[in-house]
Design a protein around this ligand. Structure first.
Ligand SMILES: Cc1cc2nc3c(=O)[nH]c(=O)nc-3n(C[C@H](O)[C@H](O)[C@H](O)COP(=O)(O)OP(=O)(O)OC[C@H]3O[C@@H](n4cnc5c(N)ncnc54)[C@H](O)[C@@H]3O)c2cc1C
Length: 434
């Protein structure tokens, strides 16, 4: 029997190092990265830090050792991501920033040796950038069996036509992993395949970076932009197919499972930082004759946030443990649970912290408004809340059946009747003694 919440001392030492390193070396960069000249300047500033991360054997820890990663397993990765999540910049310093991390996982999983040589290794070295291009503006991203982008085989080539958007980093990516329907007649989850498409390929037209809550003003070619892309008769060689034909959904699921665990742990890193700000504020801000710390509403927010973060953390680490012990399929419901629950906890904790700071919280003098915008997106990407709730509810309901004659199993009069039959001998004896 093992049921253990402890971290082995060796890995705890790594976690302690990461926590200190991220706070000391990375948090300060958050405030000046634009002054450094944006993404390129940031890359330069991060290079010596990335070297230290490599020396600690923490670079690209999500990948197997043969690809330069650490093969840590999901529980350790989860604990690591909780620390990295505290800063939007930290994953870049550790070689596991989305979407490159997920894309490298697909390439590691399904790429041929040639594909790995050409795309994966430079991606891991930080020499290339990638994007994942699946969502379309005119079909429901939450139901990807509706995808319309088509890839048609023509001799030794595939020809891709379609319209995508929200391909994060698409406008600065060197290559895109594009999901397209290759067999419209196949079963819904076997219709699509993935392709590696260099962004410079003729016919790839990056129309714009879609302005969002995150970047309300249109800008083009910035790190973290969400590109709208038109694929107009884009020709790629047969070798651009990633994995087998019809395997697109399977690969997407394999990419998303661990990715969701890492997201949830990163969200806890963000929530913890917001929580610390909330508690700090409560200790000095006075209103109506007392500190905010003495107001019951604020106390409730602090206690509720602590409880919810603890619940989300344990649920996420449990999902990671199931994945390590029994594989991704066994963890699917746990992962759906944490995806919507973790996103809500993040949202609520940041919202309370922002409220406790009043106008300061709403201003850009604090990172809370940025965290709030980040938290809002978490309820949509990688599957909206409602879809994950549906998955969980369906799986739970599969374990139930309608009771005979639709009488609830707990119906007291019916149970009493059955109990009387079951214990008739006792009841009979009692009656005889009367
Ligand atoms: C910040 C951000 C980054 C992203 N990055 C990428 C990326 O890199 N690559 C990529 O391909 N995509 C990306 N996306 C797109 C994302 O994956 C989709 O937005 C998501 O899958 C939802 O699809 P949709 O926007 O088409 O919404 P729809 O599918 O149209 O859903 C709209 C709403 O309908 C409701 N709904 C849907 N299904 C159900 C249901 N079963 N029950 C009840 N209600 C339901 C939900 O409220 C849902 O929010 C990103 C999105 C965001 C916000």
């Amino acid at each position: 029997m093992s049921w253990d919440f402890s971290t082995d001392p060796e890995f705890q030492e790594q976690l302690d190092w990461m926590r200190d390193f991220v706070r000391r070396e990375i948090w300060p960069l958050e405030t000046i990265w634009r002054e450094l000249g944006g993404y390129e300047g940031l890359r330069e500033a991060l290079a010596p830090l990335q070297k230290q991360v490599r020396e600690r054997n923490l670079w690209a820890a999500h990948l197997p050792p043969k690809l330069g990663g650490q093969g840590m397993g999901q529980v350790r990765l989860g604990l690591m991501h909780e620390i990295l999540g505290s800063s939007p910049i930290a994953p870049l310093a550790f070689g596991n920033a989305a979407p490159d991390s997920g894309n490298s996982e697909i390439l590691a999983l399904a790429g041929t040796p040639e594909q790995q040589e050409r795309w994966l290794h430079p991606l891991l070295a930080g020499d290339l950038k990638s994007a994942f291009s699946m969502t379309e503006p005119h079909t429901a991203g939450s139901d990807p069996t509706q995808l319309q982008t088509r890839a048609v085989r023509d001799g030794d080539e595939w020809v891709i036509d379609g319209h995508k958007w929200f391909s994060s980093n698409g406008s600065i990516a060197d290559f895109l992993i594009v999901m397209a329907v290759t067999d419209p007649e196949a079963r819904p989850k076997q219709r699509a395949s993935m392709f590696i498409v260099p962004r410079e390929t003729a016919g790839v037209e990056v129309l714009r970076d879609v302005p969002t809550m995150e970047h309300p003003w249109e800008q083009f070619g910035a790190y973290g932009g969400h590109a709208e892309i038109s694929y107009n008769s884009v020709r790629v060689p047969a070798e651009a197919l990633l994995g087998a034909e019809g395997e697109g959904f399977l690969l997407a699921q394999q990419r998303l499972g661990p990715g969701r665990i890492h997201h949830c742990m990163r969200w806890l890193g963000v929530a913890r930082r917001a929580f610390d700000m909330m508690c700090e504020r409560a200790t000095y801000r006075r209103a109506h004759g007392s500190l905010l710390a003495d107001k019951q509403t604020v106390q409730n927010w602090i206690a509720d946030s602590a409880a919810e973060m603890q619940a989300a953390r344990l649920m996420t680490l449990h999902a990671a443990w199931v994945m390590d012990a029994q594989g991704a399929r066994a963890a699917s419901v746990d992962i759906a649970l944490i995806k919507f629950y973790g996103a809500r906890v993040l949202h609520d904790v940041v919202d309370r912290a922002l409220q406790v700071h009043g106008s300061l919280g709403y201003s850009t003098d604090l990172p809370l408004e940025q965290m709030y915008r980040f938290a809002r997106a978490a309820r949509i990407y990688d599957g909206p809340d409602e879809v994950h709730r549906q998955t969980v509810a369906r799986r739970i309901l599969a374990g139930y059946a309608a009771p005979p004659d639709e009488v609830p199993s707990e119906h007291l009069p019916t149970r009493r009747e059955h109990a009387r039959e079951q214990f008739a001998h006792l009841l009979g004896a009692l009656t005889a003694n009367d």
